[in-house]
Every structure is written in structure tokens, then in C-alpha cells.
Write a protein that binds this ligand. Structure first.
Ligand SMILES: Nc1ncnc2c1ncn2[C@@H]1O[C@H](COP(=O)(O)OP(=O)(O)O)[C@@H](O)[C@H]1O
Ligand SMILES: O=P(O)(O)OC[C@H]1O[C@](O)(COP(=O)(O)O)[C@@H](O)[C@@H]1O
Ligand SMILES: [Mg+2]
Length: 328
């Protein structure tokens, strides 16, 4: 579709919410207004496309949301959009609402859906990476990741107070689905004795060695950060095995859970979201589609959905190395 053909842009937040999605939505709406395009918000993720839950958005519709977590459009995981039938209903509503192009703020699953939709119905789609997991190729950071990291280290700092007071060992599970970005970075920032992530093959003996090293170094309490996708086992099993091996340790488990998805976005996430929201509108106006807007080395880049979905955002081995050096 040529630049001049786009008159109305639809915008949807989809998949797990992430702090900064509202800031991205605001940027999309304000950029549309700046370029004199209409903007329509699809509520409840792809479900809103299927049920025609679509609202007109103007610059004042997004007042006072830059600082708010969650998404005012709401979001969902929508099974029906995975079916051709569901996407056909979505297309009918896109036509009914005269939407010419779609901006999808979400994760890899949402981009897969957008990509399929564009291939089937020719509606240009453009992705904005919003997920706390940071598991998307084509951007240094995803929207929400920095906020989630800060939430995690604030929580672990509190746990450290009580761990130290009681000479206890804590196993702390953090989110990330199959990725260990949150675990590795929060583990370093909170001074963890060991960090277990799915990207690194871990043996239980290595965990025990890390614990022994801590003991030899005179540590009386320990924080072990475990990514939810860790293949060696979940936090409860790891705590159980450790207790069997070292009965003298007083061990507790904390699963941080959905607290990691909420809260006001950090400055870094607000700026990232603002840049990517504007880039998404401008990208569509330049005729780009089936791509994701991202920021790499401080520059806006567009990565084809095919690549963004299939390729992995790789863990920096340097971080694994320094985590090991510092836990001594
Ligand atoms: N293969 C697919 N085909 C069509 N739609 C999909 C596909 N995968 C995911 N989706 C849509 O995207 C939504 C969000 O995907 P999900 O993986 O839950 O979250 P995220 O986008 O955060 O990774 C799903 O609920 C579904 O509606
Ligand atoms: O809220 P739900 O549906 O239980 O999903 C939990 C998952 O969502 C996340 O918080 C975010 O993942 P997505 O951004 O891919 O949706 C993961 O870290 C976690 O595994
Ligand atoms: Mg995902």
C-alpha cells in the first residue's frame, strides 16, 4: 500500500501486558494526530477485532496514561485468532471500520498472528515489541523489560533483608517464559549467589558448588535466582534437592509472579515506547509492513516479522561470566 492510501490506523495491545504499553499507545495515537491520520483502538487484543470492540482514539483519549502500567485498551490471549475462521471475522471488522493498517503492540505470538493476518488479507501490519521477557530479536530491549527488572530487584532487596536477618537461603523464581534475561540481569543487580537460566545448561552439582563456595567464603545467607523456564527444575524442586543435600540450611522459596508485569513504567521504558510508537506510524506511512520496529544501538530499525519471530535474542555470555566472578 502506498503512503497516501493509509487514512486510518488500527492499534491493538496483545498477549501479556507490559509496563510502557500505554506510553506506546499514546505515541501511536499522538503521531497519527500529528500526521492527520485517524486512529482506532482495538480493545482486548485480537478478541476485539473478532467481536468488533473498536473505539475511535484522539490525542485527548490518551491523556494521563504515559505513567500508567497495564494497557487501557486491555489485552488478551485469543485462541480464536489462531484459526482462519477467527481471522476472517477480524478482517470483516477491519473493513467495516475502514482500518487500512494495523499496529500490534505485543510479543512474538502477537506478531505471528499479525503476520498470518497480513499474508491472508493484505492488511499491512507493523509490530511494536511489548513484553517484559525481552525475548524478541530485532531490538536491544522490549517495552516493559526495564520496569520488570526494577520491580524484581526491589523485591529481592526486600527479601535480602529478611534472608540476612535469619541466615536463610532463598530460591526466587522470576518470569521470562523460556528466556533468562530477567533472571540473569536481576540476579547480577541483586547480588545473587547463583542464577539459573534456560540458555545455560545447568547441573545440580554446579548449584551445590556455588552454595559451597558461598559457605567457604563465610556467607550466612544466600539468594538464588531461578528463571521460570529453567530446565533443571522449578524453584520448589531445587529447594527440595538442596535441603536433602544440606539439611542444615534454612530454605525458603518465593515466586515473584505477576507483580513483575505491573507498576508504573521506568523512564527508559517510557522513552523506548514513545520512540517505537512514533516509528510504527512513520514506518507504515513509508510503506513498510510485516516488520517490527525496534531500537538497536540507539537507532530505530525495522526487522521483518519472519526474522523477529524465528531468531533468538541471545544472552550475553559476558554477563554469565561476571555473575560468577562476583558471587565469591
Ligand atoms: N500462530 C498464531 N496464529 C495466529 N495468531 C496467533 C498465533 N500465535 C499467537 N497468536 C495470537 O497472538 C496472541 C498473543 O500471543 P501470546 O504468545 O499469548 O503473547 P505474546 O504476543 O506476548 O507473545 C495469542 O493469544 C493469539 O491471539
Ligand atoms: O499471565 P499469563 O497468561 O499467566 O502468562 C505468564 C507469562 O507471561 C509473561 O509474563 C509475559 O509473556 P508474553 O509477553 O509473551 O505474554 C511471561 O513472563 C510469563 O511466562
Ligand atoms: Mg511471547
Amino acid at each position: 500500500m502506498a503512503k497516501s492510501d493509509i487514512k486510518t490506523i488500527g492499534v491493538v495491545t496483545s498477549g501479556g501486558d507490559a509496563p510502557g504499553m500505554n506510553a506506546a499507545l499514546r505515541a501511536v495515537v499522538r503521531a497519527c494526530s500529528y500526521y492527520k491520520l485517524r486512529c482506532k483502538g482495538i480493545r482486548l487484543g485480537y478478541e476485539g477485532l473478532i467481536t468488533n470492540n473498536i473505539v475511535e482514539l484522539g490525542p485527548r483519549s490518551v491523556s494521563n496514561i504515559i505513567n500508567r502500567g497495564g494497557t487501557i485498551l486491555k489485552t488478551a490471549r485469543c485462541a480464536e485468532f489462531r484459526t482462519e475462521e477467527g481471522r476472517k471475522k477480524a478482517y470483516e471488522n477491519i473493513k467495516k471500520n475502514e482500518i487500512d493498517a494495523l499496529i500490534v503492540i505485543g510479543g512474538d505470538g502477537s506478531f505471528t498472528g499479525a503476520h498470518n493476518f497480513e499474508k491472508e488479507f493484505g492488511i499491512p501490519t507493523l509490530g511494536v515489541p511489548g513484553t517484559i521477557d525481552n525475548d524478541i530479536f530485532g531490538t536491544d530491549n522490549t517495552i516493559g523489560y526495564d520496569t520488570a527488572l526494577n520491580t524484581v530487584i526491589n523485591a529481592i532487596d526486600k527479601i535480602r533483608d529478611t534472608a540476612t536477618s535469619h541466615n536463610r537461603m532463598f530460591f526466587i523464581e522470576v518470569m521470562g517464559r523460556d528466556a533468562g534475561f530477567i533472571a540473569l540481569n536481576s540476579g547480577i543487580a541483586s547480588g545473587a549467589q547463583d542464577i539459573l537460566i534456560p540458555e545455560k545448561k545447568d547441573e545440580i552439582e554446579e548449584l551445590f558448588e556455588a552454595i559451597q563456595r558461598g559457605e567457604k567464603a563465610g556467607k550466612l545467607s544466600n539468594i538464588i535466582v531461578v528463571a521460570e523456564g529453567e530446565e533443571l527444575g522449578g524453584v520448589y524442586d531445587l529447594a527440595k534437592f538442596t535441603k536433602m543435600k544440606y539439611p542444615k540450611y534454612d530454605i525458603r522459596v518465593t515466586v515473584l509472579g505477576h507483580i513483575q508485569r505491573g507498576g508504573e513504567p521506568t523512564c527508559a521504558d517510557r522513552v523506548l515506547a514513545s520512540r517505537l510508537g512514533v516509528a510504527a506510524v512513520e514506518g507504515l506511512m513509508e510503506g513498510r509492513s510485516s516488520v517490527m520496529a525496534g531500537i538497536r544501538s540507539n537507532n530505530v530499525v525495522f526487522t521483518p516479522f519472519d526474522e523477529a519471530i524465528v531468531k533468538q535474542n541471545v544472552i550475553n555470555n559476558e554477563l554469565i561470566r561476571i555473575a560468577d566472578i562476583l558471587a565469591r
